[in-house]
Design a binder for this molecule. Sequence first.
Ligand SMILES: CCCCCC/C=C/C(=O)SCCNC(=O)CCNC(=O)[C@H](O)C(C)(C)COP(=O)(O)OP(=O)(O)OC[C@H]1O[C@@H](n2cnc3c(N)ncnc32)[C@H](O)[C@@H]1OP(=O)(O)O
Length: 358
Amino acid sequence: MEASQKDFENAMNQVKLLKKDPGNEVKLKLYALYKQATEGPCNMPKPGVFDFINKAKWDAWNALGSLPKETARQNYVDLVSSLSPSSEASSQGEPGVHEKVPESEGIVVTSEDGITKITFNRPTKKNAITFQMYNQIIEALKTASTDNSAITVFTGNGDYYSSGNDLTNFTSAAGGMEEAAKTGAVVLRNFVNSFIDFPKPLIAVVNGPAVGISVTLLGMFDAVYASDKATFHTPFSSLGQTPEACSSYTFPKIMGPAKATEMLIFGKKLTAKEAWAQGLVTEVFPESTFQQEVWTKLKRYAKLPPNAMRISKELIRKSEKEKLYAVNAEECTTLQSKWLTEECINAIMSFVSRKAKL
Ligand SMILES: CCCCCC/C=C/C(=O)SCCNC(=O)CCNC(=O)[C@H](O)C(C)(C)COP(=O)(O)OP(=O)(O)OC[C@H]1O[C@@H](n2cnc3c(N)ncnc32)[C@H](O)[C@@H]1OP(=O)(O)O
């Protein structure tokens, strides 16, 4: 007997109630059968080769060929009823597939006490920065440059400041790596330019570990306050990548070429104290009093005359601006080609596939 629409809906609800993850293979089968039962044969364009997750889903659906909708519905119901009720992990959205759980992610911008605060707000992903977040930050800086705050502060929500670039920015781009690299270079260049141009004092409140671009960007800040649990890590070489955010220029200037080499080329991870000793961090606070001490200080600074602060920053930055634009442009061009190398693709693939989820 063929499964009815009601049986199918019950099965979908059952999937949501599963307590144990049935595993990627089963989830792919469920996904494919669900799509076939509701939409018929695969009608999606084939995802790019590096878009692993969507490619696996596409392959599973496409493999069902012209299986009739009714048969797919029946197979879906049979598969669900064969699953042990003690399995874990429900899914959201399309039944049987691990979809991104909607979370309030991205960045959060607040303005209070003369301070515009921009918070990396993706704690479950260690505040990794997505393409969307780069663009949100560009917009937030644009707004902050003319709002009535005196200073602007970056910080992170959760245990990390930020784990840097979201490594799936490149693997989930539908058009493939070349297109992603091209887009990435444009976004990165605009993003870093918006820090070069930012007219007010810019302060980082580094609440925890910082990786990659969230570290290199610190060279663009006017002050960096760190918790003693923060670390600073730029593993570019092991990712087959090269420095960005003008760090190939700012880091040697801040800490001298030898120390910059240890960080940017050899990927040495610094403690907060080491980063302070090398001039990257302005002051380190014990974790227990970090938030209170830093925000008290910042509220005091935000009461200083804003125009004087802005003009002083302009004087400090002025002679460097053209150099910074040029360095930024060159770093972006270099990265665009690095992102297409085997070294880089392999490094990203091994991160993404270390606990592949569907
Ligand atoms: C416009 C493009 C501009 C690009 C500019 C170039 C920028 C370059 C860089 O920033 S290079 C640096 C890139 N970052 C990294 O290499 C860090 C990668 N992450 C890690 O090594 C680890 O996740 C960790 C050390 C930060 C934390 O380890 P751990 O405490 O064991 O936590 P998990 O690994 O389980 O992480 C939790 C959760 O977050 C996801 N995640 C963490 N960091 C990233 C990231 N950078 N990109 C994507 N996803 C990240 C991780 O996968 C876990 O997700 P899951 O729970 O598995 O769904």
